[in-house]
Design a binder for this molecule. Structure first.
Ligand code: FPP
Length: 251
C-alpha cells in the first residue's frame, strides 16, 4: 500500500495536475555506458554519474508528491558483463548504501531491494539488510531497487512458493487467483507502476516487472540515464498526463 508523501507540492511545475500524477513510477536506467563512451570515459563513469541522477530523481519524487519509485539497477542477465564492470557495480551499490543511508532515514524514504539477493556479495547483502531494516517505518517515498532481478525469475519463484503450499496442504489449488499470485511476488507490498520510463531509446521492457507492467503507461526517451534531469522527468509526467488510461474498458 502506497502512502502519498506529505511533502508540500509548491515545487511541482504549474503545468502538471497534482491530482493526476502517477503514484508509482518505475525506471529502466539505461544508457550509462553509452553516455560515458560518448565522452571518451570508461563505462563505469556512466554508472557513477547515474547515481547522482538517481538521487535527484528520488528527491524530485518526494518534492512532487510521487509516493513510489522503483528502479532496475542490475538484472539477472547483467552477470554476463565483463567481470570488472560487475564488481564495480556491486561495490558501487554498497558504497552508495553506506553513504546515503543517513539521508534516507532523515528524508523518511523507505528502501527495499527486490530480486535474488542471496546471490549478491555477502558484504552487499549486509548493507541491504541494514538499509531495509533502518528505513522500514518510513512513509514518504517507497524506493525499490531491483537487483539481480528478472521478471521471469520472480514469476517462477512465486509459482514455486505457491506449489509448495499446495503440496503441504496449506493452500487449495482452486484458491489461486491473481490477488494470491501477487502476494507471492517480491513487490507484494507495492501497487503496480502507473508509469514506466526507459531512458536511452530502446523500446523494450527487458524482463523488468513483467507481471506488474500489465497496465503501466510506457514512456521512452532518447536521453541517456546520466542526463535524465528534473526537466526530463517533467516532460515524462506531462506526456503521462495526456494518456487516456482505460484499463481495457471504454469510457
Ligand atoms: C544500464 O546502463 C545501467 C545499469 C546496468 C546500472 C544502473 C545502476 C546505477 C545507476 C546505480 C544505482 C545505485 C543504487 C545504489 C541503486 P548500461 O550500462 O546498460 O548502458 P548502455 O546500454 O549504454 O551500455
Amino acid at each position: 500500500m502506497i502512502v502519498k508523501p506529505s511533502a508540500p507540492l509548491e515545487q511541482l511545475p504549474s503545468d502538471l495536475d497534482c491530482d493526476r500524477l502517477p503514484q508509482h513510477v518505475a525506471v529502466i536506467m539505461d544508457g550509462n555506458g553509452r553516455w560515458a563512451k560518448e565522452r571518451g570515459l570508461p563505462r563505469i563513469m556512466g554508472h557513477r554519474r547515474g547515481v547522482d541522477t538517481l538521487k535527484d530523481l528520488l528527491r524530485c519524487c518526494k518534492d512532487w508528491g510521487i509516493g513510489a519509485l522503483t528502479v532496475y539497477a542490475f538484472s539477472t542477465e547483467n552477470w554476463g558483463r565483463p567481470m570488472e564492470e560487475v564488481q564495480f557495480l556491486m561495490t558501487l551499490f554498497e558504497q552508495v548504501l553506506r553513504r546515503e543511508l543517513a539521508e534516507m532515514i532523515a528524508e523518511k524514504v523507505r528502501i527495499r531491494f527486490v530480486g535474488n539477493l542471496t546471490a549478491l556479495p555477502a558484504s552487499l547483502q549486509r548493507e541491504i539488510a541494514r538499509s531495509m531494516e533502518d528505513t522500514q517505518e518510513n512513509k514518504e517515498v517507497q524506493f525499490t531497487v531491483a537487483t539481480n532481478y528478472g521478471g521471469r525469475q520472480e514469476i517462477v519463484q512465486a509459482c514455486r512458493a505457491i506449489a509448495h503450499k499446495v503440496k503441504t496442504g496449506e493452500l487449495e489449488a482452486d484458491a489461486i487467483d491473481e490477488a494470491l499470485f501477487e502476494r507471492h511476488l517480491y513487490t507484494h507490498e507495492l501497487s503496480s507502476p502507473d508509469l514506466l520510463i526507459r531512458t536511452s531509446g530502446e523500446m523494450r521492457i527487458s524482463n523488468f516487472l513483467l507481471w506488474q507492467m500489465a497496465y503501466a503507461e510506457i514512456y521512452v526517451t532518447s536521453i541517456g540515464w546520466p542526463d535524465f534531469d528534473r526537466e526530463a522527468f517533467h516532460q515524462a509526467l506531462l506526456d503521462y498526463q495526456k494518456r487516456d488510461r482505460r484499463f481495457g474498458k471504454v469510457r
